[in-house]
Design a binder for this molecule. Structure first.
Ligand code: ADP
Ligand code: 5GP
Length: 202
């Protein structure tokens, strides 16, 4: 069976990446979010196995030692990783996968997933990012400061991505994300196998 496409989405915290990825997964029935492992504590309303797989430090380090992650990174002092087995499972069942990972993770995965589609989401400004984090009301003031300090550093890595979306207006940003997904699915190299099978071409 053909392998699905991996969409790698990165953005500074507070940009709206989780919101946009969720909208994409709700919109496309054959697109799934790969659930990462993290040592971070759940925020109010977050559920284990839905938003993340929340694990303790020892479990996470055990998984690292056993080579279970395709990539893993420390972000804002907590560890995050993408399970190779979970990702492969989704891809081999023909589903496309959206990976919501930070810039370090995206760089690591680029070496291993040459066919991946790399999308960077930017806030209209750092000030707006701060407003969104405050309005989200799920991180402490200290945590917000840490995340904003890191934002500019992350934005400098934008050149490593294939597509850039500035999340000014949410609906318009989502239209752009949808267009990228549809265009990537329609590329010749991804369609040619299906066309050959459908028309019995040798
Ligand atoms: P991230 O995953 O990038 O940290 P979230 O998706 O949690 O960000 O979004 C941060 C906050 O900003 C949320 O409260 C979300 O509802 C809000 N938000 C997302 N996109 C926009 C937008 N275009 N305009 C205004 N608020 C937004
Ligand atoms: P948050 O704690 O706000 O949910 O996520 C913090 C950052 O960690 C975000 O940039 C998010 O994309 C990133 N992240 C989430 N899961 C993973 C993962 O599996 N690997 C990496 N490298 N980063 C991740």
């Amino acid at each position: 069976m053909e392998q699905g496409i991996v969409f790698i989405v990165s953005a500074p915290s507070g940009t709206g990446k989780t919101t946009l990825c969720r909208m994409a997964v709700d919109f496309f029935p054959d697109l799934r979010h790969s659930i990462s492992y993290t040592t971070r504590k759940p925020r109010p309303g977050e559920r284990d196995g839905v938003d993340y797989r929340f694990v303790d430090e020892a479990t996470f380090e055990g998984m690292v030692a056993d080579g279970e992650f395709i990539e893993h990174a420390e972000v804002h002092g907590k560890k995050y990783g993408t399970s190779t087995k979970d990702l492969q499972g989704l891809l081999s069942s023909g589903l496309d996968v959206i990976l919501d990972i930070d810039v370090q993770g995206a760089e690591k995965i680029r070496e291993r997933l040459r066919e991946g589609v790399f999308i960077f989401i930017l806030p209209p400004s750092i000030e707006e990012c701060e407003k969104r984090l405050r309005r989200r009301n799920k991180d402490s003031a200290e945590e917000i400061k840490k995340r904003l300090n890191k934002a500019l550093e992350e934005i400098r890595r934008v050149e490593n991505y294939d597509y850039i979306i500035i999340n000014d207006d949410l609906d318009s940003a989502f239209e752009r994300l949808k267009s990228i997904i549809i265009a990537e699915r329609t590329k010749k190299q991804r369609m040619i196998g299906k066309v050959r099978a459908r028309f019995n071409l040798t």
